[in-house]
Ligand binder design. Sequence first.
Ligand code: C2E
Ligand code: CA
Ligand code: CA
Length: 561
Amino acid sequence: MENFLDASRHKRRVLVVDDEMINRELLGAILENDYEVTKAENGQQAWELLNSEGTAFSLILLDLLMPVMDGFELMKLCFADETLKSIPVIVMTSEKSAEVKSIRMGAADFIAKPYDMPDVILARCQRIIEFNEDKTIIRYTEKDTLTGLYTKQYFDEYLRRLKADIDSEMDAVEIRIDRFHLIKELFGREEAHCLLRETAALIRRDLTASRGIACRTEDNSLLVYCEHRNDYEPLITGFQEELAQSSEIRGVNLRAGIHKYEDDSISLENRFERAKAACDRVCGQYETCTAFYSSELHRRSMYHQKLIGDMQDAIDNHDFMVYYQPKYQIQGDKPVLTSAEALIRWKHKELGMLSPGVFIPLFEENGLIRLIDQFVWREAAAQVQRWKEQYNISLPVSVNVSRIDIFDPELVQKLSALLTKYQLEPHELMLEITESAYADNADALIAAVEALRDRGFRIEMDDFGSGYSSLNMLTSIPIDVLKMDMKFVRNMFRDEKSMGLVRLVLDIAAFLEVPVVAEGVEEQRQLDKLKQMGCEIVQGYYFSPPLPADKMEALLRQNAV
Ligand code: C2E
Ligand code: CA
Ligand code: CA
């Protein structure tokens, strides 16, 4: 896929710095056929230009004697600057002594005044630019050893050279293997890398048919700069199908975010940031695997960035709060409060109360959820202890354990430490793990759950019926409680079949010899029917929404009398 971009279509930029107008005009006239020329009247002006446009310049032609800031001073500044020092400087002077001094300082060459040999000047500029570009490009390792695509550094440098950001026919694309970090944890580095390599090979094959260049980034995204197309869906789903055939790993999802050219004001770096935002948007989704960047998406991703940025402060400032939703045992004469579920709430300083539905999926994506979870576990454990001490009531509270927590080798230890610190029995801090986590990787999860149960923790399988556990798997999974997904209760009176599903879940639980918690119970008739069918525990708005600790406490006291 080398050389698909035609470098000669773009003019390099040259900065001419001279205080005499006649010289600036003269050099401009000599160069402007081959280069895009920018002019500055003194070192100060040039310095400002360099700081705003920096590496866009391929060469500086510099007069030495100038008012405000002279050429020596500017060279000193440039060569001390990490990014600017790579731009070659040709000094223009008529004094021999100054030539030597400037070469010593780092100038690449000099041109003697007056400018009476335009061809010589042009040839020198060209030679110095070429020489310098060869030199910098060699500094970067060209190919990524894992994928055979370019390295990110080379990719950036190459596109910068081409001033690719102003090429309106090209798309900036980010392609990602959905939940790659999980795949790596579940199947190991080797398998994950193999998958990346195969994806890269598909991209390379596709690019050979058109103009384009691609690289792998540090966090294993694949960036592609290629000719615009209106629809990427067939391409990506096609890749996906091929991967499914060649890889051992089932259900690999590729996701792509695309930034279509808008205007010259958006730098290439920015274009790829936007492609990433579009890619973030489709990751974890099933309906579609590609998204073009749009202004709506921009607002959304800014919002997400903000939430991610605000999280740590919010933990420190106690803007996160734990609410408690009671669970009732319903098989007796009257319902009895038996336990509660801890649910996080975020009272955001500017945005007000945020629902976990907004921020939990976001934090799951980048692993920050672990911090939230540990905060909730700690709060909940402390709360259970307080209730025990103040009212002599033990109300077990269940906390949510995210998929990613399962892979924390210190999980058992962390939770055990809480029991010790708050003097709790393991059954007083129950753990809810969503069913889909089991389906993701049964073996690792079963091992983790067994370790937790050995320590005495009770495990509730959350959202049961929303994942795809096989009956076979269910019999080998050690669980203590089954939490039926809310949608079963919501739909139970819709038709016979839906009622049949509720019965099926209750039967499965009976077979596994574990009790069922029905979530999302809002109506009397749902409660009555569930009770009649033998469901033991109910949680839902019918009894109470999730409550702040003090309200939950009131309920607890009232229940105790
Ligand atoms: P979930 O674990 O399935 O929690 C039950 C959700 O159902 C809660 O929503 C609860 O407020 C809501 N709910 C309870 N009763 C009813 C009802 O009668 N009708 C309806 N329509 N909804 C009811 P919430 O608090 O918004 O939490 C949403 C999800 O966010 C939770 O689903 C859980 O997956 C996640 N989440 C909440 N807190 C945490 C946490 O501390 N850690 C983790 N990892 N996830 C959390
Ligand atoms: Ca839950
Ligand atoms: Ca649930």
